[in-house]
Write a protein that binds this ligand. Structure first.
Ligand code: P6P
Length: 346
């Protein structure tokens, strides 16, 4: 897992570019653009407690969530860097209701969650930037919905920057998952974990159990099973930071499952498909894991809206399949009950 020789992100990108005969350097430029922005974001995140960058703008974003100043700052850095880099046609962002058109000559479309987990900002919790990169499909000067409403299976790359006890970039281009840790003394991201794979066993479950009463029965029964069944030889640990990037990263390295299911009041759940579900699903699959909405793989969902939500089950493949079994059994039971009641009433 840990590499011996020092390899910088720049060296890694150049090597990958050389090994790809079709590479034009455009994709490499986008990674450089994103990393420039994330270095600047990291600088502000590390001093957020000192500078009056905290506190909300007393504004809410289109999700109806209170916007922290750092959200806006992060998004501006990312969009400015992608615009200057010249390779990005358009950016979709959690903070922007519409797609942001940058350059008709750009060959790529980038979807971002500029600062995921922002409710952790003013409590000094880990937060992250999530990105998802597609090749543009249409050829004309006009961007078309087909360019940014693509299935996650079409992603050319996906990743996140975790602003935690250290600052790390984790990303994949479809050939495994690699992690680069920022060495602040030289300002370089150094390859620190090669070809990350989920451990065989799922040791951790991550869910906001405050939503328990609104969960569907299949998820409730899964949680009861892992917490109380004698069939479970080694107890799970419950870990939930409230930041998808932090919870995903820990579960990837230690073996775990992240659940943000649909609920009785919000059947589509909370998380966004295009800039949370899809990038994390690509990483999970590339690391030998699995990501579904409880019934189908996230990467096969055909998007219809920029900010559409999806239930998310993300982590060890066997654990996700176990959850599917609980969902299927209890969906059948509830259907049976509904049919029986229907017959009795008729
Ligand atoms: P809750 C952050 O707002 C986020 O999108 C994810 O990063 C995180 O896992 C989840 O929502 C937390 O949501 O409802 O548990 O606070």
């Amino acid at each position: 897992m840990r590499t011996q020789s020092i390899i910088t992100l720049e060296q890694f990108i150049i090597e990958k570019e050389k090994s790809n005969p079709e590479a034009t350097g455009g994709f490499s430029q986008i990674i450089r653009d994103l990393m420039l922005a994330c270095r600047i974001i990291n600088r502000e995140v590390t001093k957020a407690g000192l500078v009056d960058i905290l506190g909300s703008l007393n504004a809410t974003n289109i999700q109806g969530e209170e916007v922290q100043k750092l959200d806006i700052y992060a998004e501006k850095q990312l969009i400015d860097a992608l615009r200057k880099g010249g390779e990005t046609c358009a950016v979709g962002s959690e903070e922007q209701e519409e797609i942001v058109f940058l350059n008709p000559k750009g060959k790529y479309v980038v979807l971002i969650d500029p600062l995921d987990g922002s409710s952790n900002i003013d409590v000094n919790g880990s937060i992250g930037t999530i990105f998802s990169i597609y090749k543009r499909i249409s050829k004309g000067d006009q961007l078309l919905p087909e360019d940014y409403l693509q299935k996650g299976r079409n992603q050319v790359a996906a990743g996140y920057i975790l602003y935690g006890s250290s600052t790390m970039l984790i990303f994949t281009t479809g050939h495994g998952v690699n992690a680069f840790t920022l060495d602040p003394s030289i300002g370089e991201f150094l390859l620190s974990h090669s070809n990350i794979r989920y451990p065989d066993r799922c040791n951790i479950y991550s869910i906001n159990e405050g939503n328990y009463r609104k969960l569907f029965e299949g998820v409730k029964q899964y949680l009861r099973f892992i917490k109380t069944s004698n069939e479970v030889k080694k107890p799970y640990s419950a870990r939930y930071v409230g930041s998808l990037v932090a919870d995903f990263h820990r579960n990837l390295l230690k073996g775990g499952i992240y659940l943000y299911p649909g609920t009785t009041d919000k059947p589509s759940g909370k998380l966004r498909l295009l800039y949370e579900g899809n990038p994390m699903a690509m990483l999970a699959e590339q690391a030998g894991g699995m990501a579904t909405n409880g019934y189908m793989e996230i990467l096969d969902i055909e998007p219809t809206e920029l900010h559409q939500r999806t239930p998310l089950f993300l982590g060890n493949k066997e654990e996700v399949n176990m959850i599917h079994n609980f969902l299927q059994v209890y969906d059948q039971i509830s259907q049976l009950v509904t049919n029986t009641i229907g017959k009795e009433k008729s």
